[in-house]
Ligand binder design. Structure first.
Ligand SMILES: [Zn+2]
Length: 129
């Protein structure tokens, strides 16, 4: 991810701010100016739920340079308590112990590093409760 995009989206990514549409009432993450469900511009910021359920997961063994510090790592689809689905890394667990349906909570971590002296991107991951 390029530095200007990291800077622009830092607040939403760090705090888990998505949108709630005032017209169709659907919630989405990440934040957009237009509702992806109905096309309305009548959206307001919405803080996504911090807990959810693991729906699917896989282990990544090989990846790009900015994520290599972290391999192997687990990526999962998490259905939050408010119904929003997010893809995120699952941490603080062994891959062999993970199961569909376990409860997870957000945890703030380093997401990517752009070299030894480059930008560090932070965001949320999930860990078993
Ligand atoms: Zn809408």
């Amino acid at each position: 991810m390029e530095p200007p995009k990291i800077w622009r989206e830092r607040k939403e990514r760090y705090l888990g701010i998505g949108i709630m549409c005032e017209d169709c009432k659907k919630k989405n993450f990440p934040k957009t100016r237009i509702c992806p469900d109905c096309g309305s511009e009548n959206v307001k910021p919405y803080k996504i739920a911090e807990r959810g359920t693991l729906k699917y997961f896989t282990q990544i063994m090989n990846t790009g340079d900015e994520l290599v510090f972290n391999t192997p790592y687990v990526v999962g689809l998490v259905e939050l308590e408010d119904g929003i689905k997010v893809t995120a890394q699952i941490v603080d667990c062994d891959f062999k112990d993970l199961k569909k349906g376990i409860k997870l909570e957000q945890t703030f971590r380093v997401i990517a590093r752009n070299g030894k002296e480059g930008l560090i991107k932070y965001g949320f991951k999930f860990r078993p409760i």
